[in-house]
Design a protein around this ligand. Structure first.
Ligand code: SIN
Length: 273
């Protein structure tokens, strides 16, 4: 069994075992799936994982989404996350859940950082299960039957020019979803992809989304923060976690590769508890 150290009491863990993701057993794969569902964010230091081992790991953990424009031998299962002196806006700034516009939006993202700035470039994470838990009972009851429209405006295939906006899926997902592994409810609206809450008047939808996004951004006890080092790998579970990359290191270079696994169609909450 892997040993871990919590990042905060309820959210995020660092793996402290002497452990290489490139060599993990079937038992460890299933342990990692459960652990990432329960802790939301997992941090692994000093990983030797090469790009092709990273792609192979993604297949062992699930079904990776692909990126057709890779060059330099980077496998199609990996998306390059790169910023440097010419970058004006870095990928992943702003709270979001990866490509939630997909009809089966991602479960895990698996990001390995190869080059990191001298300081800064952290990724912040927010626990959507605690964010839901901390809402008042009347608001929880109001939100649970609702769905929201997720459009691909922040999709890596759209932003990279690989696909037209209209060629990508737009999906309606429950505002509160149930995790398939641990049954926990999570708030599932994010500023990167959601354009409206269905069934509400435009002003109602805008105001409610603003309230929820403020709750997510300001409730810092639901957050944790990862400081990258070269060869750090982080897993996060997009079903119950949002993240925000801090672009505070310009003009330095930050370079990493992310595998993103297709999840299931989000499970709506069946009751108002
Ligand atoms: C992302 O996957 O949104 C980028 C995360 C990061 O660069 O830290």
């Amino acid at each position: 069994m892997l040993s871990t150290k919590p990042i905060t009491p309820r959210f995020g863990s660092e793996i402290t075992s002497d452990f290489q993701l490139a060599d993990c057993s079937e038992l460890e794969i299933s342990e990692l799936l459960t652990l990432s569902a329960n802790r939301g964010v997992l941090v692994f230091r000093d990983q030797t994982l090469t790009p092709s081992e990273h792609a192979a790991l993604a297949h062992r953990l699930g079904e990776p989404l692909t990126f057709p424009l890779n060059s330099n031998g980077i496998p199609e299962e990996l998306i390059t996350i790169a910023s440097g002196p010419k970058t004006r806006e870095a990928a992943g700034e702003g709270w979001h859940s990866d490509v939630s516009s997909e009809s089966r939006p991602p479960s895990l993202s698996i990001l390995k950082m190869a080059t990191v700035p001298e300081s800064g470039g952290d990724t912040l994470f927010a626990d959507m299960s605690q964010a839901f838990e901390l809402l008042s009972d009347p608001l929880k009851a109001f939100l649970q039957p609702l769905t929201a429209r997720h459009e691909p405006r922040g999709h890596y295939l759209f932003l990279s020019g690989a696909q037209a906006f209209d060629a990508l899926e737009t999906s309606d997902h429950p505002v509160v979803r149930v995790h398939p592994i641990n049954g926990k409810k999570s708030l599932y609206v994010n500023d990167g992809f959601v354009t409206r809450i269905n069934g509400l008047a435009p002003r109602e939808s805008q105001s409610l989304l603003k309230l929820l996004y403020d709750h997510i951004a300001y409730t810092v006890k639901t957050h944790c923060r990862v400081q990258w080092r070269p060869n750090t790998v982080v897993f996060w579970d997009n079903r119950s976690v949002q993240h925000h990359a801090a672009f505070d290191y310009h003009p330095e270079i930050r370079l990493g590769y992310r595998a993103t696994l297709r999840g299931e169609q989000p499970i709506p909450s069946q009751n108002n508890l």
